[in-house]
Design a protein around this ligand. Structure first.
Ligand code: DGL
Length: 266
């Protein structure tokens, strides 16, 4: 691999495209290979052993594509499998979303709310990393398992979602948090609703933005930035391709990708 090799990004499904979007924004010249494990999404309700196995297979696929580094866009994989993957694949720099988001959150406030899938919240990965950067920060974590299915169904403006959001987020509102980490790939899609329900004054951390900055810093420091003059090529792979996935993918990425997604067997 060389500096002109692509950046590999994987997620349990298509939500990670919100992270890919931030990476493309900050690093427009980079080639990107995105893998969404749509055949096995969601990871959020699964056990750590299974999440590790799936994440390992995703990593192996990206390494076979000769990527120069890998970004684990999925908060659930980051929380449960990133240490395991970093130990197992030492030759490839691996980035995950929890650490950079935790670092950013501690620079913003001291009473930090974290929302995510069941597996992310149960792992306590965000608390651990937040308390690495700030001993005094108080962390209030909350699993919001119903957000992902609503968003995957494209129900982002429905009354049902609004009710669920109110039900979940009132618990954080009454704790008077000053900062909120949107600890799941899907949540930036409903970022405005989340901010409204928690309180618009709360500072929001989007882990996709945090990891994009980390990757940018790493590539520039190590002289690994792609030097091509045109915008980078983007290749999308999924483990199950349906018409609906394409529509959802376009919603997450914010651009048309019909006909550009390939199906793979891991
Ligand atoms: N990508 C997952 C995350 O960020 C959400 C979807 C899932 O449960 O797999 O945690």
């Amino acid at each position: 691999m060389s500096k002109n090799s692509p950046i590999g990004i994987f997620d349990s499904g298509l939500g990670g495209l919100t992270v890919a979007k931030q990476i493309v924004k900050l690093l427009p010249r980079e080639d990107i290979i995105y893998l969404g494990d749509t055949a096995r999404v969601p990871y959020g309700p699964r056990s750590p052993e299974i999440i590790k196995r799936f994440s390992e297979e995703n990593t192996q696929f990206l390494i076979s594509k000769k990527v120069k580094c890998i970004v684990i866009a999925c908060n659930t994989s980051s929380a449960v499998a990133s240490d395991y993957l970093k130990r197992k694949f030492r030759k490839t720099p691996i980035f995950e979303v929890i650490n950079p988001a935790a670092k950013e959150a501690t620079g913003m406030g001291n009473k930090i709310g974290v929302i995510g899938t069941r597996a992310t919240i149960a792992s306590h990965a965000y608390e651990k990393d937040i308390n690495k950067y700030s001993k005094s920060a108080k962390v209030i974590s909350l699993a919001c398992p119903l957000f992902v299915p609503f968003i995957e169904e494209g129900e982002i403006k429905s009354d049902g979602l609004k009710e669920v959001a109110r039900e979940y987020l009132t618990k954080l509102k009454i704790k008077k948090i000053d900062t909120l980490v949107m600890g799941c790939t899907h949540y930036p899609i409903i970022g405005k609703l989340i901010a409204r329900e928690v309180d618009n004054h709360v500072r929001i951390v989007d882990p996709g933005k945090s990891v994009a900055k980390e990757v940018f810093d790493f590539l520039s420091k190590n002289k690994m930035l792609n030097e091509q003059k045109t915008s980078g090529k983007k290749n999308f792979f999924v483990t199950d391709l349906t018409e609906r996935f394409t529509k959802v993918a376009e919603m997450f990425l914010g651009q048309k990708i019909k006909g550009k997604i390939l199906e793979v067997n891991l």
